[in-house]
Design a protein around this ligand. Sequence first.
Ligand code: ZN
Length: 154
Amino acid sequence: MEEEKVYGPFEVDQRIRAHSTYYAGRIGSRFYTELRDRKRILGSRCEECGKVYWPPRQTCGKCFSLLGEDRLVEIGPLGTLETYTTVRYSEPVHPRKAPFVYGIVRLDGADTGTAHFIGEADPGELRIGMRLEPVFEEDRKGNILDIRHFRPVR
Ligand SMILES: [Zn+2]
């Protein structure tokens, strides 16, 4: 017979299962549409402080100015590898099976970097500061994985 569990005053067993989808917002929708239809990568430039964000955002994190659609600018497509790591264990949340390399890529013209896959590279050849280029999927669906990965510029 299973022993009865004794609970403390603030302890409870609980499982929460939640499935959700979300709207990317006006700025995010433009970003993904341009990526899907024209293979253009957009950032947003703050007119007040000059900071350029990738991916674009609606509010400047530095000076809190609103960044509307009129602040979208084309950035990249080339960029710089800021840091990277090799993921050796698959997790359900990962869109790809391990092993794979995640890197932070700062696109030319942007002040921020974004995490994405690094591919077509031997992990031994990767170096912080190396130049990267995006490889786009043929069948793009309007999400960040329309960029299959970034690879070293040869
Ligand atoms: Zn700003």
